[in-house]
Ligand binder design. Structure first.
Ligand code: GLU
Length: 260
């Protein structure tokens, strides 16, 4: 199981992401990555092995109010620095992390290759970055519209978070068969695989349903809609569990949780 933790708001995101990734370690992973952005630059760090290896290469002087952290459990492409997430689109205009498996990834890759895209990595996630870029440019639509179109064509499992380099105040997230929660803070928002990496910041959560898409803004405003564009009315859940209760998901130990 991989893990996602993302932040948009007014704080410096890197320490939140590093803490969050440490909080997700219990899920198991082989590599990790952090993508941070401000108005001027987008930096991506990727490292095989422990989160502490990733931490050792971060530029702690770079201040950013938006970022995404990811622990990968490789299914397509070996676990190494190059295949760790996040991944940029071919033109560099957006970056994506995604967990799950795209079963029709080869077909999508062939279509993209035919129209001139090349691939730098072996993961099935790079196709998503290229596809969203292609959809946005070809149809001249917004990033969220392009994301929805692309997600409709994907079989089958994903939790995905996307950032547009030109709009560092917004994160887009969605899920299908892989969990994604929105943590609602005071003028800040978190996206995460579960509440455990962010429970220290907020007790209010939306546990997203399959094929819902969230647009999360740095002022704390958010919109949840469905892939067919209808508006979703998500329920906000208050969580008062302790962190170890969350991590074990109600089971007495991690082994039992994994088995079930
Ligand atoms: N299939 C993707 C990869 O191999 C994501 C794996 C995961 O869920 O971490 O990069």
């Amino acid at each position: 199981m991989c893990g996602i933790v993302a932040y948009v708001g007014k704080r410096n995101s890197s320490p939140i992401l590093v803490d969050g990734l440490n909080g997700l370690e219990y899920r198991g992973y082989d590599s990790s990555g952090i993508m941070v952005t401000n108005d001027k630059e987008l930096l991506i760090y990727r490292k095989k092995g422990k989160v502490s290896f990733l931490e050792s290469i971060l530029d702690t002087n770079f201040k950013s109010n938006t970022g995404i952290g990811y622990t990968r459990w490789a299914t397509h492409g070996i676990p190494n620095d190059v295949n760790a997430h996040s991944h940029r689109s071919a033109d560099g205009s957006l970056a994506v992390v995604r967990n799950g498996i795209i079963e029709n990834y080869q077909e999508l890759k062939e279509v993209l290759t035919e129209i001139g895209y090349s691939f730098k990595r072996d993961t099935d996630t790079e196709v998503i970055a290229h596809l969203i870029q292609e959809m946005r440019d070809a149809k001249n639509i917004s990033l969220v519209e392009a994301t929805k179109e692309v997600l409709k064509s994907i079989i089958r499992a994903y939790a995905v978070v996307i950032i547009d380099v030109a709009d560092p105040d917004t994160l887009i997230g969605s899920r299908k068969s892989s969990p994604l929660a929105v943590g609602i803070g005071d003028k800040e928002l978190f996206l995460a695989s579960d509440a455990s990496p962010i429970i220290q910041y907020t007790r209010s959560y939306i546990f997203m349903e399959d094929e819902q898409v969230v647009e999360a803004k740095s002022d704390g405003l958010y919109k949840v809609s469905n892939l067919d564009d209808s508006v979703a009315n998500p329920t906000i859940t208050k969580l008062y569990l302790k962190i170890d209760e969350l991590e074990k998901g109600g089971y007495p130990g991690f082994m039992l949780k994994e088995i079930f």
